[in-house]
Design a protein around this ligand. Structure first.
Ligand code: GLN
Ligand code: ZN
Length: 752
């Protein structure tokens, strides 16, 4: 009979219990025992909740106190030497994730194209591995004691190695496969001895472009592992198998899971080549987004699979782990009923999986209520006037000139005449410290404990203070400080039509950090100017140029839950038009420089190279829509951080911002290389201060970095600025570092 499965459940708890327990423990306010007890309680609750929802195959070892990749690293005993001296395993685990006074934390980076960050394994030649934790077995037993026979989840060996980072140049981590496999084999045999019938092994790299070495490693791994293991459900997600299909279906595993939300089109070709003895798990409920599923459509897809593989070899599942979904829609008491009827969080997704499974087993009528409710929601979403704004749709179809009035050289002359800046102009990226006082005032205002006028007076005073400090330090181009903003996306989302905000829609970003992405549910438009009031006020206080500060359309899109009833490119274009209006209003208010931040442009890159070009085309066009309406003498800035610029190089130049600021200090200007190699023509500010650390860099250090940049970039192209915004820093460090930064620029100009 067809079964329902889950691939992973959010760890946090409906009331962010895990976050609170972790942070209390880290502060020393509670004991390790209390933290462990919270973990036990959450796991039990989540297993039971899945069981009650009617899920047949329930995962274990999907829980983590920090990150499942770090759990795997600990399991394999791959402890970097700088942490080896820490005796207590829990203390060592958190030290690896967060660092200690004398050992910097392991790096973290984004998990595929999600906003979840994993801890990067550190790998070196000759590394030894041994089974070093009992977490997987413990959690399997723990669930069993509650009467639930789970399917443990593991990060597969080839994905784990592929995500790792070689500690020496030229070393290929995949060469460690021989050393890693015995540990997996030992663990799998132990699980089997313990009674586990199945194990879920995640190899999401199967959705990427693979090297021959990775393919060979996958073959070697599963030939080595399958004999002594429980039945293996090899799990892929986040994209189609494409050219890895033949490889995946030939691996000696009992089952294969594929993501049919991201890639429904892969089902039919897959069915043609799927061996007759394999179980097929189909991911039909979106683990990455918050929309209620169209159950009838998904049932049709499931039926297509059922016709081919029959009832006993089919499993109905979410597309990927529900880790990337918020926990429970029932907590969203402030959303109106209509909007709520369009959404499903992790708990609701479990019910959708159960309903689909019933539907395939016994026909739609067996879960009629769920199917009817889904159909009603889909219908109301399709027709609702809150979603469809004819004027907005019409406007996205009008053609917009994507070019500025003149090419950069002409604009540059006009801008130089207007601003008359010194060589190596100094500026910052936008935000200044969000102090406790500012956060308190904002919270008080949100709870209506202080009046709007008082809140604004307070913000004006903060803005003025920041301007005076910038003037005193001697920066050339000032910013207003972004004190009125909680977050660079939420702030705009709250003022745009088509956005909604949840109360508890938290998803894990890393460790105990969770984000609450806005929901873009309808056509986006801008009912009124959003930032003009603050920029104009700030500009009125000083004679120096004041940069207006906006978040770009791609970043707003990337950091939100986006509607799926139209292409992302279309939604992005709507946002771009709204930002364009804001840019033009800022210009009309006399703001001569406008920065449109796109830190998320790089992370929006699709997983497969063949899709990059199409993405970059619309992403760049959207940026150009925002900027192309201004006069030559208005200077457009953009800013990007966390990026490997090589991947997006011609695209960055095509954005044609007059000035771009980028994060480069941590890489010792290495990241600037892409701009050198490309002979990037416009102006550029390579960050000379790593703002992620509380350390204040000295003038000598910044000067070294800037001189390095000046070796390849013409002096008259260079700006001097930090890596990113300063909102997480304290004022004393900001003042000293910016003082050094201005001194650096003066020294390069040959002033004293
Ligand atoms: N202007 C934003 C700030 O300064 C940019 C933040 C970012 O790039 N992530 O905070
Ligand atoms: Zn940044």
């Amino acid at each position: 009979m067809t079964k329902s499965a889950n691939l992973g459940f959010p760890r946090i708890g409906a009331h962010r219990e895990l976050k609170k327990a972790l942070e209390a423990y880290w502060k020393g306010e509670t004991t390790a025992a209390a933290l462990l007890a919270t973990g036990t309680e959450l796991r039990a609750r989540h297993w039971q909740l899945q069981q009650q929802a009617g899920i047949d195959i329930i995962p274990s070892n999907d829980f983590s106190f920090y990150d499942h990749v770090l759990d795997t690293t600990a399991m394999l005993g791959a402890i970097p030497p700088r942490f080896a001296g820490i005796e207590d395993p829990l203390a060592r685990y958190f030290a690896m994730a967060r660092g200690t006074a004398d050992a910097p934390a392991m790096e973290m980076t984004k998990w595929f194209d999600t906003n979840y960050h994993y801890i990067v394994p550190e790998l070196h030649e000759g590394q030894n591995f041994r089974l070093s934790t009992s977490k997987v077995l413990d959690e399997y037993r723990e669930a069993k004691a509650l009467g639930i026979d789970t399917r443990p989840v593991l990060v597969g060996p080839v994905t784990w190695l592929s995500l790792g980072k070689a500690k020496q140049d030229g070393f290929d981590p995949l060469t460690l496969l021989d050393a890693v496999l015995p540990v997996y084999a030992e663990l799998l045999a132990a699980l089997k001895a313990e009674g586990a019938g199945w194990v879920q092994i995640d190899e999401p790299i199967l959705a990427l472009d693979l090297t021959e070495a990775q393919r060979a490693a996958l073959r070697q791994a599963y030939h080595a592992l399958h004999a002594s293991a429980p039945s293996i459900m090899l799990t892929t997600y986040f994209g189609a198998l494409l050219d890895n299909t033949a490889l995946a279906v030939d691996l000696p595993v009992a089952g294969l899971h594929v993501d049919l939300v991201r890639a429904p089109e892969q089902l039919v070709p897959l069915l043609k080549v799927l061996p007759a003895d394999k179980v097929l798990s189909i991911g039909l409920i979106d683990g990455r987004n918050i929309w209620r599923a169209d159950l009838d459509r998904q049932l049709a897809l499931a039926t297509r699979a059922w016709d081919s593989v029959g009832p006993d070899r089919l499993v109905i599942a979410p597309s990927c782990s529900l880790l990337h979904s918020p926990v429970d829609l029932d907590g969203e008491t402030e959303l109106d009923d209509e909007l709520r009827s369009w959404l499903a969080f992790a708990r609701q997704k479990l019910s959708e999986i159960a309903a689909l499974t019933l539907g395939i087993q016994r026909g739609r009528g067996a879960a009629r209520d769920a199917f009817d409710a889904s159909a009603a929601a889909i219908r109301s979403h399709r027709q609702s006037p809150r979603i469809h704004q004819p004027e907005v749709k019409a406007r996205t179809r009008t053609s917009i000139d994507l070019n500025r009035g003149n090419a950069f050289p002409t604009r540059r002359t006009a801008q130089r005449q207007r601003f008359n800046l010194p060589a190596f102009p100094t500026t910052t990226i936008g935000s200044f410290p969000q102090t406790a006082a500012i956060r308190e005032q904002r919270a008080a205002f949100k709870k209506a404990r202080i009046a709007e006028a008082d809140y604004e007076t307070f913000l004006e005073a903060e803005t003025e203070k920041a301007i005076r400090i910038q003037e005193r330090i001697g920066l050339d181009v000032l910013v207003h400080g972004e004190f009125e903003r909680n977050d660079m996306v939420e702030y705009f989302g709250e003022q745009l039509d088509g956005f909604a905000f949840t109360r508890n829609g938290w998803v894990q970003s890393y460790g105990s950090r969770f984000v609450k992405p806005p929901v873009i549910y309808g056509d986006v438009s801008r009912p009124a100017p959003m930032t003009v009031r603050w920029s104009a006020y700030a500009a009125s206080l000083t004679d120096r140029p004041m940069k207006g500060m906006l978040t770009g359309p791609v970043t707003i899109l990337q950091w939100s839950f986006v509607r799926v009833d139209q292409p992302r490119a279309e939604t992005c274009r709507q946002i771009a038009l709204a930002i364009r209006d804001e840019v033009l209003d800022l210009e009309a208010a006399g703001i001569g420089m406008i920065q449109i931040d796109e830190p998320a442009l790089r992370e929006g890159l699709p997983l497969r190279r063949r899709d990059w070009e199409a993405y970059l085309r619309w992403a760049v066009d959207c940026f150009r829509i925002t900027a192309s309406g201004v006069a030559d003498q208005t200077q457009i800035h953009t800013h990007m951080c966390y990026a490997e610029f090589n991947d997006i190089m011609p695209a960055i130049a095509e954005m044609d911002a007059d000035v771009i600021s980028i994060e480069t200090s941590r890489s010792d200007m290495e990241l600037l290389r892409a701009f050198l190699d490309f002979r990037y023509p416009n102006e550029i500010g390579p960050g000379v201060w790593d703002i992620h650390s509380p350390r204040v860099p000295g003038q000598d250090e910044m000067e070294l970095l800037l001189r390095k940049a000046a070796e390849g970039i013409a002096a008259d192209q260079l700006w001097v600025n930090p890596d990113c915004g300063l909102k997480t820093r304290g004022w004393p460090e900001v003042e000293s570092a910016l003082t050094n930064l201005v001194a650096t620029a003066r020294s390069l100009r040959g002033e004293k």
